[in-house]
Design a protein around this ligand. Sequence first.
Ligand SMILES: NC(=O)c1ccc[n+]([C@@H]2O[C@H](COP(=O)([O-])OP(=O)(O)OC[C@H]3O[C@@H](n4cnc5c(N)ncnc54)[C@H](OP(=O)(O)O)[C@@H]3O)[C@@H](O)[C@H]2O)c1
Length: 406
Amino acid sequence: MTDVTQVTQGLTLLGATGSIGASTLDVVARHPGRFRVFALTAHRSADALLALCLKHAPRYAVLSGLPEDAALRRRYAEAGCRSELLFGAQALEQVAADPECDVLMAAIVGAAGLAPTLAGARAGKRLLLANKEALVMAGPFFMRAVREHGATLLPIDSEHNAVFQCLPQEAAQSSGRASVAAVRRIMLTASGGPFRSAPLERLSRVTPDEACAHPNWAMGRKISVDSATMMNKGLEVIEARLLFEVPAERIEVLIHAQSIIHSLVEYVDGSVIAQLSNPDMRVPIAHALGFPERIDSGATPLDLAAIGQLSFERPDAQRFPCLGLAYAALREGGTAPAVLNAANEVAVAAFLEGRLRYTAIPQVIEQALARTPASAADSLDTVLEADRGARRAAADAAALLMGKAA
Ligand SMILES: NC(=O)c1ccc[n+]([C@@H]2O[C@H](COP(=O)([O-])OP(=O)(O)OC[C@H]3O[C@@H](n4cnc5c(N)ncnc54)[C@H](OP(=O)(O)O)[C@@H]3O)[C@@H](O)[C@H]2O)c1
C-alpha cells in the first residue's frame, strides 16, 4: 500500500536501456507512489527507449548519440509516446540538473557519463552512482563538487554499497559519506569472473562471448570484460579510496566465487562486518533509492543452507595483471586513474570487436600509462585532456600489438 504522506521523487535515469537501467526501473515500478520517472536516456537505442517511455511515461526522453531527427520524433508520437524527445549529449546534462530531478541514477557506461554525472553533483542532487568510470576519472575533483554543492552520493556498485552499509550509520546518514577512523581494512570481494580457474595458456585465445559469460551476474558487455580481467575490481579499489577516504594499502581484494558476500569492513577491535545477499543488482539499487529507509527490491531471499559453502582466495597477480595496474595508477594519483580508465575502455572495445587478444588488454593499458605522464586532476579540462591523450596512446599501442599478432 502506498504511503499518501510520502513526497514523490522525480527520477532521472541516465543509461535507462542498460542492465542497471532495467534493474532500476524494476525497483521503481514496485513503488509507484514514491517515484515519478522524470527523464530516461539512451545513447542510440531508439526502439528500446521508446518501449520504456510507453511504459514509464517520463517527461523527457534523451537519445544522446543521435542528432536531431524529425522522423524519429514523429515515430515516437505516432506510437503514443507523450515524452519530449531530446537529442545530443548536452541534453544529458540538462535532464541531470533539472530542478524536477530529485534523484539521479548515473548508469551510463564509461567516460561518457562524467559530464552529466558532474552536472548532477553541481546541482546538488541525490546521486546514485553506478558509473564508476566517472568517479575514477575525475577523482578528488568530482568529490569536491559533491561536497561544495551539497549533493548526496550513494554507491550502487554492490561492493561499495555493501561497505557503505557496513560503516557506522550515523556517519553515513549525516553526509552520505562515512567516517572511517576506526576502520582497519576494507575488503572488496570479487567473483574472479569466468576465467578464475581457466588454464593460463588458454587466455590468449578466449573470445568476447566467453569473457562476457559471467558466472554470477548478468551485466553489460564492457563491465563483463572488466570483471573477467579484474580491471573492474581495480576501478573499484580506486572508487573505494575516493568514497571512503581509506588509504590504498588498507583496501584489499578477496576472491569469493559465489558473490554472496558483497564486501567486508574490519574495525580496529578485530570485528568484521559484511553485507550479504543473492547476486542481484536490485538489492543495492533499492537500498540507495530508499535510503535511509529499506524498501522491497524484488530479490529472492538468501538461502544460506541451500548455498552450503562460501569460499575465499587471494587474487593471482599473474592471472589478473590489470589489478596491479589499477593499484599503480592509484598510487601515482593525479590524472593516472583517468589514463588507466581511458586506456582500458579502448582496449576492451578493441577486444569486443575482435581486433585485440584478451591478454593484450593489460599490455595496452601499461603502455598507455607509461606514455602519458600524470598531472594534477584539478579541473574537468585537465581530466578530459588526459582521457584524450590516453586514448591516442592506447590506440597506438593496440595497433602495434595487433600488427605483431597478425
Ligand atoms: N551491470 C551491472 O550489474 C553493474 C554493476 C555495478 C556497476 N555497474 C556500472 O554501471 C554502469 C552501466 O553498466 P551496465 O552494465 O548497465 O551497462 P550497459 O548495459 O552496457 O548499458 C549502458 C547504458 O549507457 C548508455 N550509453 C552507452 N554509451 C553511451 C554514451 N557514449 N553516451 C551516453 N550513454 C551511453 C547505453 O545506451 P544504448 O542502449 O543506447 O547504447 C545504455 O543505456 C557502468 O559504469 C558499470 O560499470 C554495472
